[in-house]
Design a protein. Structure first.
Length: 233
């Protein structure tokens, strides 16, 4: 995706409902901000300071910071995800931020520590599992031409994987509502307690191979990343 100037008040998230340890139980929407930085401790400290403010505590959202641990040639090094139960909560949250002095101070600190990359608004199509137990995520960035068919096949796959005991953490499928382009229209993610657990399923299951065959004509995987949780705020 093209690099854009970030405006966290203008529009947002996998990423989304994707992988938020403190997310609302019925989270359906997300805002995802990606950026690059070589000052991770400073960024996390600024986020943690903002998280202690009264205005943050009143915002109807959960916030998770992720490190792009293995993301190939992508410019972004980190992702911050805001999760929302309802679309109205997005407007409420960023409306509150616009009147919050701690938010203004936080943004001022970011100007000196990050290089903005992208901002995305997302909607959850499928989710399951408990993300509060996960520290590591596999993320698939995809172009899907037939969403209804893909969702049906994805649900069949996950039902089979769960029945066979092959799911190690939270999982989900996300549509990019804002910020999609010709290359990426959806995200899928799968969580695990740690990287070793994620890598333990070395061979694809028969259900996964069948799924790949069934969606081959409607899905193109553009990139497969591994992300690590660094803070929940």
């Amino acid at each position: 995706m093209k690099k854009v100037l970030i405006s966290m008040l203008a529009v947002v998230g996998l990423w989304s409902n994707a992988a938020l340890a403190a997310e609302p139980p019925s989270a359906q929407f997300g805002t995802v901000f990606q950026f690059s930085t070589n000052q991770e401790p400073a960024v996390v400290a600024a986020l943690a300071e903002f998280a202690q403010s009264d205005c943050r505590k009143q915002m109807p959202t959960a916030i998770r910071a992720m490190r792009e641990s293995f993301n190939g040639t992508e410019e972004a090094t980190h992702t911050v995800i805001w999760s929302f139960a309802e679309a109205a909560d997005i407007t409420t949250t960023f409306g509150m931020a616009s009147q919050c002095k701690e938010w203004a101070a936080f943004m001022a600190k970011l100007n000196d520590t990050i290089d903005p990359y992208s901002q995305i608004l997302t909607r959850t199509l499928v989710s399951g599992g408990d993300p509060s137990k996960d520290t590591t995520y596999m993320v698939w960035q995809m172009n899907i031409s037939d969403e209804a068919t893909y969702v049906a096949e994805y649900n069949k796959l996950m039902d089979k994987q769960i029945a066979d005991g092959l799911i190690n953490g939270a999982y989900g499928l996300i549509r990019l509502q804002g910020g999609a382009d010709t290359e990426i229209t959806h995200y899928a993610y799968a969580g695990a307690p740690d990287l070793a657990t994620m890598m333990s399923n070395a061979n694809p299951s028969q259900a996964f191979l069948t799924f790949q065959k069934n969606v081959a004509s409607i899905r193109t995987v553009q990139r497969q990343n591994v992300n690590t949780v660094i803070a929940d705020l």
